[in-house]
Ligand binder design. Structure first.
Ligand SMILES: Nc1ncnc2c1ncn2[C@@H]1O[C@H](COP(=O)(O)OP(=O)(O)OP(=O)(O)O)[C@@H](O)[C@H]1O
Length: 437
């Protein structure tokens, strides 16, 4: 059995035992929402109605300028609607005090939106303070939030945003949005400004968080692959936020409503489906490991005598460090410094098969190491497992397509038969039974 998480902690038990359980999501209902910006000819958002269920992640995608951000910002009234209503849970929030609304709706944006002159802790404490939490409660919440987003509270809480990497800033942005424990989280292209690998990891983190918290998340992105990966449902929007299709990623990929949606899905729908399967759903298996501080001799022995000709070397924090093959030993001499190949990329259990395939190709090791929330080793997924899954997915799609084709043929044959029998209500192509000469 692969070991799961280090230090006995699991992704499901990050909050201190005494903490209140997090507020779960609340449903959102948009009713005939319209926004006309002053001085513009037509509405930027025109009469949009939509129901978002409690606890689901809904992604808005659509071309630039179609009104995604305007629609999103009307939900927390950063932009006041010209007409229409917004309900969160049982409450009509269209006219409530915006400060009260902040308790219900967290907001995370691109490039984290952190205040540069405030420390990480001060940034996260912003909304709890605004809504009148005590200093002690706020302080413990800040620590809890840092831990939740995978940052060591002791190390990070006194830093300033400029002392963080882009990915860390984004994590703090999410911690800040969640600090007052709102049931609804709005995210406006939150990962738009980070590099692709960090972006993948942040997406995985968000999936893990959502497994834990069950918030209602509305997320805007330009990136359809991101939408597939994160969304329970995707709203494909066209101009003025008109809804072209609002459905699950599977349904949109296999059954786009029209040419506009097909155009958005783009080529390679079958491969995009790799974004729908997670590493946790395929076989994560154990792999022989050794620790960097193990005696050299014991690592040699493991490779020489054992059934394996490769081990994964872990660092002092049990994080994957190097792939070490038997042949590498001849170069090792008295130290492992020059031996083996550095682990370039890892995935978490929430990563998609697509991420995992990419990581296998990057690492060129035939497998990818799977890690927990602090980067610790859990197991590996190998190329063969990945390829089998890809094959099964493509095969399932092919069968679906064949079935669909077969159904169409049956329907056509049925109609022809009815027509021949004169039972199709149109008198048949030849004008009735027996026809006429
Ligand atoms: N403050 C404003 N005043 C006037 N027009 C605006 C304002 N903000 C946005 N718009 C217009 O409203 C329309 C919708 O903008 P919005 O930012 O909601 O689109 P979007 O889909 O989020 O775009 P993008 O993907 O490029 O961020 C655009 O035509 C935009 O030019």
């Amino acid at each position: 059995m692969p070991e799961t998480y280090g230090n006995g902690s699991t992704a499901e038990t990050t909050a201190p035992a005494a903490a209140k359980p997090a507020a779960a999501g609340a449903g959102i209902r948009l009713e005939n929402l319209t926004k006309v910006y002053p001085g513009t000819a037509g509405p930027a958002v025109d009469n949009v109605s939509m129901e978002i269920r409690a606890g689901e992640t809904v992604i808005f995608v659509g071309p630039s300028g179609c009104g995604k951000s305007t629609t999103l910002k009307m939900i927390n009234r950063l932009i006041e609607p010209t007409s229409g209503r917004i309900r969160i849970g049982d409450e009509d929030v269209t006219d409530i005090d915006p400060v009260k609304l902040r308790r219900k709706v967290g907001y995370a944006i691109q490039a984290s939106g952190l205040f540069p002159h405030m420390t990480v802790a001060q940034n996260i404490a912003l909304v709890p303070k605004m809504i009148g939490w005590s200093a002690a409660r706020t302080r413990s919440r800040v620590e809890e939030m840092l831990d939740l987003v995978g940052l060591d509270p002791g190390e990070f809480h006194g830093r300033y945003p400029r002392q963080l990497s882009g990915g860390q800033q984004q994590r703090v942005g999410v911690a800040r949005a969640l600090a007052a424990d709102p049931p609804v989280l709005l995210m406006d292209e939150p990962f738009g400004a980070v590099d692709p690998i960090t972006r993948d990891h942040l997406q995985d983190e968000l999936i893990r968080l959502q497994h834990e918290l069950h918030k209602t998340i509305v997320f805007v992105t330009h990136d359809f692959d991101e939408a597939i990966k994160l969304g329970d449902r995707i709203a494909v929007l066209r101009e003025r936020s008109h809804i072209a299709q609002f459905d699950t990623p599977e349904a949109i990929l296999t059954n786009p409503a029209d040419d506009f949606v097909s155009g958005f899905v783009g080529a390679g729908a079958a491969l995009k489906r790799l974004n729908l399967t997670r590493v946790r759903d395929v076989g994560v298996v154990d792999f022989p490991t050794a620790r960097i501080d193990d005696p050299l001799q014991s690592i040699f022995d493991l490779l020489r005598d054992g059934a394996t000709n490769e081990v994964l070397l872990l660092d002092r924090h049990r994080r994957p460090y190097k792939w070490l093959r038997r042949g590498d030993l001849s170069r090792a001499k008295q130290s492992l410094a020059r031996a083996g190949t550095l682990v370039a990329d890892t995935v978490t259990r929430d990563a998609t098969l697509r991420d995992a395939l990419e990581a296998v190709l990057t690492d060129n090791a035939g497998r990818v190491a799977v890690t927990g929330r602090r980067g610790e080793y859990i197991g590996v997924v190998d190329m063969e497992t990945l390829m089998n899954n890809v094959h099964e997915l493509l095969e399932a799609d092919r069968l679906d397509a064949m079935e669909h084709q077969h159904e169409l043929q049956l329907q056509r044959a049925h109609r022809t038969l009815l027509a021949q029998e004169g039972l199709d209500g149109a008198g048949g192509p030849e004008g009735g039974p027996g026809g006429r000469a």
